[in-house]
Unconditional design. Sequence first.
Length: 230
Amino acid sequence: MKIKLLFFTLLFTVCANAQEIQLNYDFLPDRDYLTFTFEIFRPDKLGSTFFFTDYDFNRKDGANLGYFELARKFNIKNNLIEGLNFHVEYNDGFLITDDKAGSPENALGFPINRAYLVGLGFPIKIGNFVLNTTYMYKNTYGSTGFDGQFTAVWFHNLFNDKVTLRGFLDFWSEDRMDGSSKKMILLTEPQVMYNLNKSFSIGSEIEISNNFVPTEEFKVFPTIMGRYAF
């Protein structure tokens, strides 16, 4: 309990005041649902705070997935690595079976095992492009042995800020469903957006994954998205 309180105290060190909402439509026949996303990002003199939550509306009677991540970075002053930071993060959520053909008649709910992450991060500059990288130890509820995660995040504007390229890439380890061994999971969601103005954007997000639930296969799922920043 004391460890949990310490994590949440660190993560809520500052209040965030910049936020946005996104609405993604997965239009492929085997998906065909909406995802609502709410994000907050707040840099400050100590570092930055980031929070997002996703809701998948893959049932006729409402949402069937709720998930969130809350992360805090603390700047580390040093003369060796520019932008070095200490990173703490908490992930949690739940999943309910959908109501499509082949699914249980009565909805079944499952927790998305909570995870604590801690590590170090720093930006990698490639010309005018910046890739913010983080290298973390990951403690997932029920996991056996050691797990780690690498995260890369990017944000870049083009054509006088009319076009935005952004997204993330996560690469982590976790137990297989049968507990026989570990597996490595890749999940990346690049976004391309055309900015109508400072608040409204339209574009696409492409979810690319390997070994991600529900199947251990390589998958690509494009979406149509809209974004409102406020």
